[in-house]
Design a protein around this ligand. Structure first.
Ligand SMILES: [Zn+2]
Length: 163
């Protein structure tokens, strides 16, 4: 589960948008930013020619449990500029955290809220027998559903603190 808020100034006005994992974005776990209102989740002014129709995507990485940003114009002969926290981003991905500033053309978007909540069900081990997701506490014990012996080192998922 996540919730992310971006804030920016547009024609002298402050705008902000909060997107959570339950919102219907164009693609699950992804936030597209650009001028094209049909393809983007955060739509920037159409008159802003320094911004591409589809400029960047911010996506949630379930395995690493954090957000990354990608420049969607990187394979063009002349990619449009993306600067994140002072670093120019072309083909590499970059980590996005609270207070990160994403500069697209003349607009700077700041991450003013970033919440990532790991629910009990989102991490743990998977029972190799019944394939149910079980909290880590059961590791080395028996599956509470089917009684299968759960030895350490079985398939894990999510990003656990302990490993
Ligand atoms: Zn089981």
């Amino acid at each position: 589960m996540y919730k992310i808020t971006l804030e920016w100034t547009e024609e002298g006005r402050t705008r902000s948008q909060t997107i959570s994992d339950t919102d219907n974005t164009q693609e699950v776990g992804k936030i597209f930013i650009g001028r094209d209102e049909k393809k983007c989740d955060i739509v920037l002014p159409v008159g802003e020619k320094t911004i591409s129709r589809l400029h960047v995507v911010i996506f949630y990485d379930f395995e690493q449990n954090c957000f990354f940003l990608k420049n969607l114009t990187s394979d063009r002969p002349q990619p449009n500029r993306v600067i994140v926290d002072g670093k120019t981003i072309i083909s590499q991905q970059t980590n996005i955290s609270l207070e990160s500033v994403i500069q697209l053309g003349t607009i700077s978007l700041r991450i003013t809220q970033l919440e990532i909540i790991q629910s009990q069900e989102s991490y743990g081990v998977e029972c190799p027998n019944c394939h149910r997701h079980i909290p880590f506490d059961y590791l080395g014990d028996f599956c509470p559903y089917c009684g299968f012996s759960l030895q350490a080192g079985r398939t894990t998922f999510g990003t656990p603190d302990q490993n």
